[in-house]
Design a protein around this ligand. Structure first.
Ligand code: PEP
Ligand code: MG
Length: 750
């Protein structure tokens, strides 16, 4: 019998008799068994006590007198580091690791190599399992696998001996506000609903792997049928939603199934079963690995793909364990979860939730796209909200401003109730604007364009009455496919976009890949700062084959019609020239040639501001990407939630930059537009128009509200006010308050 199976079988015996024993005896027996099976000199169990202290609770190999005495804080020493990071440490030379903390009472100076695995259950840290050896060596992947599996069993032992800690205390009654990112707009007030967390399998080990494999197969089929039912039962009834949204949602769920089907994780489940785990324990283990991988990935899109897989694993587990009793959902409840997959979102929607806060949700995620399609207010990234909320607390999700209030004060709640009432009245008015041109009150014509990334979102063009597509993010479709798409397939996608847009203009942005937004098969560069690394156009210019293929696909898709292309992450005029050169070279070959070829750049890197005269000679248009521009201008990582509201677009440096850019653009006859998220926010949109920018590109949900707001704006009155404000506010961190005050005084509703 292989080591893992024999070890797990012996552990099963041990656990079967555990009722008769005391916790400490269990732990010691477990430590001995592991040490013997893995041929390691030391195996120790550290148990979390009092929330932040890890105490040596049992050891085979260290001095017995250290048990109960040796303590490390979470974060202290290597054991504390494994606990704090939640990651396995595998070190051949532990004592020379900077985090090593020497505890003389243990006698551990004799041991060079160390494997430390955090012990967690349902996301909660319970302890750390450590294996040590005298000779320096790195533990191989099978050994790591075994110790990680044992850590899962150990979690059961520890959980059984420690009741859940009550999360009471003063903080549970105080009002709290959490900043967040908006995933789908809207405001909702309702009772908090925390789903019963962490599906924890009861059966861990099994004798008959074939039977377990069969169980997984059956559960998989049931799950697939369940998802089919979800799609057919729910989507067509998404009331008041357009057919395009419903199609979009179907495509998402299909993509979701694909992601889960081809990711090879079922294979991992089978391997775990073959090592002696029961089906549910194997699924749970593989889901745990996914969770760990997810913690290391910063790219929101990829995180969401892993969230889909986790959703799938959770469903499979439900089928294996006979399903969980469904909790009753109070009408209009606010669901708060750490992660949420698209099928789960549909489930909860069907059960009547009114809004959702997803701690690790991002706007590009499937759950977010579905929430928008269903008109369900949703926020993401509200770190800490899950810990502070209890089921039944009252909460307000303000997904327009990206915030959630727990246990709101009476006045705040009243304020929101009146906002909701006024909004309902206003929304009725917006629909009538769809087919009217975007124009300010005093007659300045505007272009309100869409930011899109998937062909399936094209229905938004008609739904919003937008003037065109100002930013088509071509990399999104490739990331959704998980592969570089070949030229004919790319051509088909772009052609569909141009076809659907009809007479409305479309600007395609070339691939903005890189950093950790990698396609399978690409070498992963080890970069300290991926956002500032080898990404986007930099890759395109260094590996021109991929870029040329895309440019050819765009030209073929245009098929003689107009084509507008822009390049992202341009830092120098030389880079722009090089990219334009590639496009022109392709254009010289493709027939029919486009009737008009417009070539522009995004302005995301501030260095372009000092090359404007040269740049303006080269470009047909410039589109400002404020998302990246803000991060590079203020040296503020756009994905760091702590910095989300620290620097303001409505501040002298940004407005001066825009004004200068506009001046150069006007002199050279080059159109300046804005396609960063800021264009979708009312005060920002109004200020850009006040500066003289008339082309704004934004997500679909903002088109009508921004159109309505700008229809009330008298630019002739606002412009001199803004100019005077800029003159007299040098050094101010933000001009938001005075701009908001002016808007209010002039009856603008934002
Ligand atoms: C931007 O940076 O503002 C932008 C529009 O591009 P992305 O958000 O795709 O980086
Ligand atoms: Mg960008």
């Amino acid at each position: 019998m292989s080591t893992p199976r024999r070890l797990l079988a012996r552990l099963r015996n041990l656990m079967a008799h555990r009722e008769a024993q005391h916790g400490a005896g269990d732990l010691l027996a477990l430590a001995r068994l592991i040490a013997a099976e893995l041929v390691s000199e030391v195996c120790s169990v550290y148990v979390l006590r009092g929330g932040d202290t890890l105490e040596l609770a049992a050891t085979e190999g260290l001095r017995p007198e250290a048990v109960g005495r040796t303590r490390l804080r979470v974060g202290e020493g290597l054991v504390g580091l494994a606990a704090a990071s939640g990651e396995t440490l595998n070190l051949p030379d532990a004592q020379n690791h900077p985090a090593f903390a020497y505890r003389p009472e243990t006698g551990e100076d004799a041991f060079a190599s160390l494997l430390a695995v955090p012990v967690r259950r349902a996301g909660r840290l319970l302890g750390v399992l450590v294996v040590q050896n005298r000779t320096p060596r790195r533990y191989d992947s099978e050994e790591v696998d075994v110790v990680e599996t044992v850590a899962m069993l150990l979690a059961e032992l520890l959980a059984a001996s420690q009741p859940e800690q009550a999360d009471g205390g003063l903080s549970a009654t105080l009002p709290r506000r959490f900043g967040a990112t908006s995933l789908a707009p809207g405001i909702v007030i309702g009772p908090v609903m925390l789903p019963v967390s962490g599906r924890v399998p009861q059966r861990l080990l099994a004798d008959d792997p074939d039977r377990e494999l069969q169980r997984v197969e059956q559960a998989w089929e049931q799950m697939q049928r369940g998802i089919d039912r979800l799609i057919s039962d729910q989507l067509p009834t998404a009331q008041g939603k357009k057919a395009a949204d419903v199609t979009a949602s179907r495509e998402i769920l299909d993509a979701y199934r694909l992601v889960a089907g081809d990711a090879g994780w079922l294979k991992r489940v089978n391997e775990a079963i073959n090592s002696g785990l029961a089906a549910e324990a194997a699924v749970s283990r593989v889901a745990g690995e996914l969770r760990d991988r997810m913690r290391r990935i910063t790219d929101p899109y990829l995180r969401e793909r892993l969230a889909d897989l986790e959703d799938m694993a959770g469903r499979l587990l439900d089928h294996l364990t006979g399903g969980q009793a469904l909790e009753a959902v109070p009408a209009g409840a606010i669901l708060i979860v750490r992660r949420l997959g698209p099928a789960e979102l549909l489930d909860w929607h069907a059960r009547g939730i009114g809004g959702v806060a997803i701690e690790e949700g991002s706007p590009s995620g499937h759950a977010a796209i579905l929430a928008r399609a269903l008109g369900l207010p949703a926020i993401g990234g509200a770190r800490g909200v899950l810990e502070s909320a209890s089921t039944g607390d009252e909460a307000v999700i303000d997904a327009d401003e990206g915030q959630i209030f727990l246990r709101p004060a009476v006045e705040l709640k009243q304020g929101y109730l009146s906002v909701i009432a006024a909004r309902n009245a206003r929304q009725a008015g917006w629909a009538s604007l769809r087919d009217k041109p975007a124009v300010t009150r005093d007659g300045t014509a505007l272009k309100l364009m869409l930011n899109l990334g998937l062909a399936m979102e094209l229905g938004q063009l008609a739904a919003t009455g937008a003037d065109g597509i100002g930013l088509f993010r071509t990399e999104i479709a490739m990331l959704a496919r998980g592969a570089v798409v070949d030229t004919p397939e790319q051509t088909a996608v772009y052609a569909r976009v141009i076809d659907d847009a009809g007479s409305k203009p479309v600007t395609f942005r070339t691939l903005d890949l890189g950093g950790d937004k990698l396609l399978p098969g690409s070498p992963a560069p080890e970069e300290e700062n991926p956002a500032m690394g080898w990404r986007s156009l930099r890759i395109g210019l260094d590996r021109p084959a991929l870029l040329r293929r895309q440019l050819r696909a765009l030209l073929l898709a245009a098929g003689g019609r107009k084509l507008s292309v822009m390049f992202p992450m341009v830092a120098t005029v030389a880079e722009f020239r090089a990219a334009k050169g590639l496009l022109l070279a392709e254009a010289a070959r493709v027939r029919p040639a486009p009737e008009l070829l417009r070539i522009g750049t995004m302005l995301e890197i501030p260095s372009l501001m000092w090359q404007l005269p040269a740049l303006m000679k080269e470009v047909d248009f410039v589109s400002v990407g404020t998302n990246d521009l803000m991060q590079f201008l203020f040296a503020a990582d756009r994905s760091a939630p702590q910095l989300a509201n620290r620097y303001d677009v409505l501040s002298p440096p940004v407005l001066d930059l825009m004004a200068q850019l506009l001046e150069h653009g006007q002199t050279a006859g080059v159109e300046i537009s804005i396609c960063g998220e800021s264009a979708s926010r009312p005060l920002e949109a109004m200020t850009f128009v006040g500066l003289g920018i008339t082309n704004l590109s934004m997500p679909a949900s903002s088109i009508l509200p921004i159109k309505a707001l700008l229809a009330d704006l008298d630019v002739a009155k606002f412009r001199p006010y803004l100019a005077a404000l800029r003159r007299t506010s040098a050094g101010a961190a933000s001009l938001r308050d005075p701009i908001a005050a002016w808007a209010r005084e002039h009856g603008l509703k934002f």
